[in-house]
Write a protein that binds this ligand. Structure first.
Ligand code: ADP
Ligand code: MG
Length: 347
């Protein structure tokens, strides 16, 4: 194990290359580990009718958030919501969280209380219990790591694998808003740095800024799917961007996807701001990330139920063309959907 003689740059491997590389050195020893590395959450079988689900998400100051515009209360909420989102992606219900904090002496008790006020709000919203965590000092900045435990009925679990040719590709909510919200916040920060007497102007941008600062996990979608009697054939949450998650579903399911450009659900505020920033709204929807919406596939028989539901948009379908992910424009011209996602180790 780990017998590399030469230095290999992490940037050459990329995030997923690195994870796959590390995973290849491990084998599961416990029969209860039904599924380990590879999906939105690990799947654990402790007997009974439900599987246990386990996932963790880390957030670091300077990488995942900027405290000059991210209120601590919203940050606490976001850390829990984004971790819970991975349980939703398995069609599961979260029950407990653990919170690990890295703190420097820059933070006061009042600041940490503010952070935890957000964590408590999220615990109430998703009905989860703060069951523990860890607190350490951090030489620089704030780090926040949230582990979530949850469960799902064995016959209702949704993995990234399972999409079949002709299945409908569906997304909840809208895409690209969180990314455009971030662009607005960064622009206003820059203006403020240059002219400190200027107040940030966020009016008219409340929705997209809110999507960046205080996203929600789509637990309501998990409930809606149950009420509609639909178990998606595959599902993932959109953290890195629609394009990247389409690749994940296709790779795990062994299929391709045709996606229709005009169907991409983009909020009018996000469209307006994308155009103001000289960005193509579809590209923002595909690559923006941090939407925390659910992307899933369902059998065609569910078409009527999905089509008429305001929370859902059918954006395309699965094809037998393994590994081919196409964005089809109004004219019929098609483009390859490239997975950009977050390039953690680049630049
Ligand atoms: P998500 O975006 O849904 O949180 P990730 O892309 O972060 O998923 O992770 C994909 C898979 O790789 C998950 O199963 C996750 O648990 C696993 N994983 C990520 N980082 C590591 C790591 N450092 N060691 C082991 N497994 C990891
Ligand atoms: Mg995920």
């Amino acid at each position: 194990m780990f017998e590399n003689k030469e230095r290999t740059e992490l940037g050459d491997l990329g995030e997923f290359g690195l994870i796959n590389h590390l995973a290849s050195f491990f084998e599961n020893k416990n029969a209860s580990t039904v599924m380990g590395i590879g999906d939105d959450a690990a799947v654990i079988d402790n007997g009974g009718s439900d599987y246990g689900l386990l996932t963790v998400d880390a957030m670091f100051e300077g990488i995942h958030f900027d405290l000059s515009f991210h209120p601590l209360k919203h940050l606490g909420y976001k850390a829990v919501a984004t971790a819970v989102s991975d349980i939703c992606a398995m069609n599961g219900t979260p029950t407990q969280i653990l919170v690990s904090l890295g703190l420097s002496n820059r933070f006061s008790l009042e600041a940490v209380e503010e952070l935890y006020a957000g964590i408590r709000l999220a615990c109430d919203k998703y009905s989860v219990d703060l069951a523990g965590g860890d607190t350490t000092s951090s030489p620089r900045g704030l780090s926040l790591t949230v582990t979530v435990y949850g469960h799902v009925a064995k016959d209702k679990i949704c993995k990234r694998s399972g999409a079949q040719e002709h299945d409908l590709l569906v997304v909840s909510g809208d895409l690209g808003s969180a990314y455009m919200g971030l662009q607005i916040l960064e622009r206003e920060k820059k203006v403020f740095m240059e002219q400190p007497n200027m107040q940030p102007d966020l009016s008219g941008h409340e929705y997209i800024v809110g999507r960046q600062l205080r996203p929600d996990a789509r637990m309501d979608v998990v409930q809606t799917l149950a009420e509609l009697g639909i178990v998606p054939s595959s599902m993932i949450d959109i953290s890195d961007g629609l394009a990247s998650e389409i690749h994940h579903l296709g790779m795990h399911s062994g299929c391709g996807f045709d996606v229709y450009d005009e169907k991409l659900p983009i909020d009018p505020q996000a469209v307006t701001q994308a155009l103001n920033f000289d960005l193509n709204p579809s590209v923002v929807a595909l690559n923006g990330g941090e939407d925390y919406e659910l992307l899933f596939t369902v059998a065609q028989e569910h078409y009527d139920k999905i089509k008429s539901h305001p929370d859902f948009t059918i954006i395309g379908h699965a094809t037998a063309n393994k590994g081919a992910y196409r964005l089809i424009g109004k004219s019929g011209a098609s483009f390859d959907i490239k997975a950009q996602g977050w390039q953690h180790f680049k630049g």
